[in-house]
Design a protein around this ligand. Structure first.
Ligand SMILES: [Mn+2]
Length: 441
């Protein structure tokens, strides 16, 4: 296990919190239905700071103490491990994870009072699960009562840890970029396979199954989020996840899906014809969305911002909508009155990393928008949505929903498209649709 970057991250966080202390908790198992659980997914921040993938673990950072990093983990337990798998245990964790001190999670309540005094604020996750905050307040109260005579000060304020770590997570290091490349390459395989596999009469869920199978065959652990596999007018439901309808000849299929590798996400959308050939109307709309995406990607370089990217998308899409005679009037008035919103209601980008909507803030501590720097990763995903129910639209446009999304890494003088190679030019897409899906097996 490479630990250097985890040590560096913990050291950076220790510096950021100054005379405060931080408590970072692992995710717990989430129940799915009676006696069954969702597959375990580690908390992104806990993973970022430890690389450790077990539940019931807590990392405590105490910059004012001699012992600055303390990890609490599940102790070895033969019977528990027989049922739910191996645990690293205390001594191995001490050996492998490079923290100052490791204890059993069972001793957390007992040891916390020794770690807490001398820190003026306590950083933890304040918003995800407020019951944890209440529990921590109660612990503080108990410690305060017990330590009354000891003349030590306890944290007098709670601060939000997630925004601190979020700022650190904004720029990806080489290990993170490597994981994102692996997520991207599995995603490429899945999307190409889906194009080959799709045809009239197939069901959305069958295409989803084949694509996600290829994600795993491509080395990913699974999907980074619920796949959207939306035939025809279903594409106009932005978060359609039913994925259970038959695909029709003449319709498009929109797939928004990405693989997860080592908890890092890819996030890709492609839209292609179910029968392998775009109709003239589909082609016009597709070409417009593609041009908007390419023009926006060209804005991705150091010094620019997500607002610059979004404005470029809006300009190209709105101009195109006027040419398609979907909107009337001048480009300026359509932009000013946001008339494109009927057909493009969402944003163009979000940060990407350990979370598909990566939890980094969009504004700096001085309330300015972040300016692109080398190592930042985000998506660019313009789309156009013409609902089948919109009778003001020409017949041939009704029911068309198109989005094209790629993952962009800012480099020292420009960008790299991490998800390049997944067909998106009309010719490439039609070619990929013709491929024999069995060639992926
Ligand atoms: Mn996205």
């Amino acid at each position: 296990m490479e630990t250097t970057s985890y040590i560096e991250r913990r050291n950076e966080l220790l510096e950021r919190i100054g005379s405060g202390m931080a408590i970072v908790m692992a995710s717990s198992h989430k129940q799915r239905s009676h006696d069954t659980e969702y597959s375990y997914r580690q908390d992104s921040n806990f993973k970022y700071l430890t690389g450790f993938n077990e539940p019931e673990s807590i990392l405590v950072l105490t910059p004012e103490n001699e012992v600055k990093t303390t990890l609490f983990v599940r102790p070895k337990d033969e019977l528990a491990e027989l049922w739910s798998g191996k645990r690293m245990g205390i001594s191995k964790a001490q050996e492998l994870l490079d923290v100052d001190d490791v204890h059993s999670i069972e001793d957390f309540e007992r040891i916390l009072p020794e770690l807490m005094p001398g820190h003026d604020s306590l950083y933890m996750d304040l918003f995800e699960d407020s019951s944890e905050v209440v529990k921590m307040l109660e612990r503080c109260k108990k410690i305060q009562m017990a330590k009354r005579k000891a003349k030590v000060l306890l944290p007098s304020s709670f601060k939000n840890l997630r925004s601190e770590i979020g700022r650190m997570r904004l720029k990806k290091d080489q290990n993170e970029i490597l994981a994102m490349r692996k997520a991207a390459s599995a995603t490429l395989l899945g999307h190409k396979g889906a194009m080959a596999f799709t045809g009239p009469g197939r069901n959305e869920r069958e295409v989803q199954a084949y694509m996600e199978f290829l994600f795993k065959m491509g080395g990913a652990q699974g999907t980074a989020y619920e796949s959207i596999v939306a035939g025809g007018n279903n594409a106009n439901t932005l978060h359609y996840v039913n994925n259970n309808e038959n695909l029709k000849d003449g319709d498009l299929l929109l797939i928004d899906a990405g693989a997860e590798f080592n908890l890092y996400a890819a996030d890709v959308t492609r839209t292609f014809p179910v029968n392998g050939k775009f109709s003239p109307a589909q082609r016009d709309v597709y070409q417009l969305v593609l041009e908007a995406q390419k023009a926006s990607i060209a804005m991705a370089k150091p010094g620019k911002t997500l607002t610059d990217v979004h404005k470029e998308t809006l300009k190209v899409l709105t101009d195109g909508l006027i040419h398609l005679k979907v909107l009337e009037g001048s480009l300026e008035e359509n932009l000013e009155q946001h008339l494109y919103r009927r057909f493009y209601p969402h944003g163009t980008s979000h940060w990407l990393g350990l979370d598909v909507h990566d939890e980094s803030p969009y504004i700096t501590e001085t309330l300015d928008e972040y300016v692109f720097e080398e190592g930042m990763v985000f998506t660019i995903e313009p789309g156009l949505y013409f609902p089948a129910t919109d009778a003001t639209l020409r017949n041939e446009l009704q029911g068309i929903g198109i989005r094209i999304e790629d993952d962009i890494l800012i480099t020292h003088n420009g960008h790299e498209i991490l998800t390049a190679g997944i067909p998106k030019e009309i010719k490439e897409v039609e070619e990929a649709c013709k491929t024999d899906y069995k060639s992926f097996l």
